[in-house]
Design a protein around this ligand. Structure first.
Ligand code: GSH
Length: 202
């Protein structure tokens, strides 16, 4: 299989953490890809019409995209058991969506400064993205700490990848302030070998 990959992407990181946890990194060849909404560069637009990574080329069907589709596929293929049976599954999926939502807002904030010329940037728009992140962090802190501290699943991996991205691109926003339980959980989670092996890189 071929995984279109960039070392800074929190969505690619979810897939990589799954592969490390399942001891299956040898099942994929990494294909470097980079670009942005304004310039697709080497992003695999012929494989994923949305021009986003991760995208997974597989031998037995069309290329898969959106990280959540790829992780479901790999979880099934590798029998990694990172999606528990229902009803716990519904919590896992909403936590995964919360982590992905944090990453999505954080990536949009990054594009605002990285891609847009200064004159067309909107600080209010970037702040509105941060408000989404702040509400999601509060929800994790208030509602989901017990689940996050339970058996490893894709919800935890998505949240860990998103928090790692906040440290990487938005350290000045200090996401830990007001979220002591989440900060403690992340300190332990980030020490996992799979997280250490996939830390974001520019
Ligand atoms: N929902 C997608 C988001 C993927 C995503 O936004 N990837 C970024 C890199 S972090 C990307 O490829 N951006 C290029 C673009 O938006 O054109 C997923 O979970 O895979």
């Amino acid at each position: 299989m071929k995984l279109y990959h960039a070392p800074a992407s929190p969505f690619v990181r979810k897939v990589m953490v799954l592969l490390h946890e399942a001891r299956a990194t040898d099942r994929v060849t990494l294909v470097p890809a980079s670009g942005s909404p304004l310039d697709p560069g080497t992003l695999p637009i012929d494989r994923n019409p949305l021009g986003k990574i991760p995208a997974l080329e597989r031998p037995d069907g069309p290329t898969l995209y959106d990280s959540r589709v790829i992780t479901r596929y790999l979880d099934d293929l590798l029998q990694a058991h990172l999606y528990p049976a229902a009803p716990r599954l519904w919590d896992t999926l909403v936590i995964e969506a919360t982590g992905d939502g944090i990453a999505e807002a954080a990536v949009l904030m990054r594009y605002e400064t990285f891609v847009r010329p200064e004159a067309t940037r909107s600080p209010a728009w970037a702040d509105a993205q941060w408000q989404k992140i702040a509400r999601a962090l509060a929800a994790l802190e208030q509602r989901w700490m017990s689940h996050l501290s339970g058996p490893l699943d894709m919800g935890q991996i998505a949240v860990g990848s998103a928090l790692g991205y906040l440290d990487f691109r938005h350290a000045d926003r200090d996401w830990r302030a007001g979220h002591p339980a989440l900060a403690d959980w992340y300190a332990a989670f980030d020490a996992r070998p799979a997280m250490r092996a996939t830390a974001p890189d520019a």
